[in-house]
Ligand binder design. Structure first.
Ligand SMILES: [Mg+2]
Length: 302
């Protein structure tokens, strides 16, 4: 099922980007990241993953425990992460998005599906960065949207999550095809699913495939979910192995860890677990726990 390939690919991308989060592209041009390093932005040791991976681990742990998607339990697990440092490398939450923090605070008074923020400004990449486990599950588009809306309830965020899940599913079904062909297939599927909905216009550079000819200057690697998804697709299209894909994502600068994590999830699935540098995997804090969750998750969703 390639759970391990995707999740470890994701966590490694996250850890690779953490030390240089918010660095400018220009600065990274002068001194690009080429290896797993430590310290930097959050002064964390090498192999430290961040909120992106913690929320994925929380989601998987909940689904393993419950045997299915239980929104309340997932929000309980997110709260455990946010307030008590569970699912973090060292028991401490050092990085959390504003919209995610607000949604988790809303959970003290609202039911889970009414916690997510809905303003246009609440379209950071905070739900896209934790949706990967759901891509492996046999759930429909509405469930993917509900999963997003636990924290990010605007249509743009929900659509980005649907796109990413369908990209992963397309790749799982068409592993012999190129990544470009898989992106084209995903675009066709999205156009069909959203034929009566103009929300896809927001993603037109991807859907209309102009992104196939984009150069790096056309890519904004910010935390806005549309910029993030474009950066991810750009890195997938312009590299032909796991290592170069995630390094390209990190060296775009900006929201380095999240973009590398989301690109790394897909690259891990497409190129396979063995394509992820072993020394990078070995450097990940709590890698045994990550691998154990992957195994348990695979059993539960079969
Ligand atoms: Mg992060």
């Amino acid at each position: 099922m390639k759970i391990k390939d995707g999740i470890v690919g994701f966590v490694v991308g996250d850890a690779l980007g953490v030390p240089v989060e918010f660095e400018s592209r220009n600065k990274l041009k002068d001194s690009p990241v080429t290896e797993m390093i430590g310290y930097g932005t959050y002064h964390q040791p090498k192999g430290t993953f961040s909120d992106d991976s913690s929320m994925i681990l929380a989601t998987m742990d909940s689904i393993i425990k419950k045997g299915h998607i239980d929104y309340e339990d997932i929000m309980d697990c997110f709260s455990e992460w946010c307030y008590n440092g569970k699912y973090t490398p060292f028991g401490e939450t050092f990085d959390i998005g504003i919209t995610t923090r607000k949604a988790i605070a809303n959970y003290t008074k609202n039911p889970p599906l009414e916690c997510g923020e809905k303003d246009f400004r609440d379209n950071g990449n905070g739900s896209l960065m934790r949706i990967l486990p759901i891509a492996f599950m046999d759930v429909n588009k509405e469930t993917i949207k509900e999963m997003s809306s636990l924290t990010h309830a605007h249509d743009i965020s929900k659509t980005a999550c649907v796109y990413y899940c369908y990209l992963v599913r397309t790749i799982l079904e068409n592993s012999e095809k190129t990544l470009k062909e898989n992106i084209q297939l995903t675009n066709s599927k999205m156009k069909e699913m959203y034929k009566d909905d103009d929300i896809l216009n927001i993603f037109d550079s991807i859907i209309d495939e102009n992104i196939f000819d984009f150069s790096e200057e056309d890519i904004k690697s910010t935390g806005y979910v549309v910029d993030t998804l474009e950066a991810v697709i750009y890195c997938l299209l312009n590299n032909d192995n796991y290592k170069d894909t995630v390094l390209a994502a990190v060296n775009l600068g900006g929201d380095t860890d999240t973009i590398a994590a989301i690109a790394g999830g897909v690259a891990g699935i497409y190129y396979g677990y063995d394509s992820i540098p072993k020394e990078w995997i070995d450097s990940i804090t709590k890698i045994d726990y990550v691998l154990e969750l992957c195994e348990e998750f695979e059993k539960v969703i079969k």
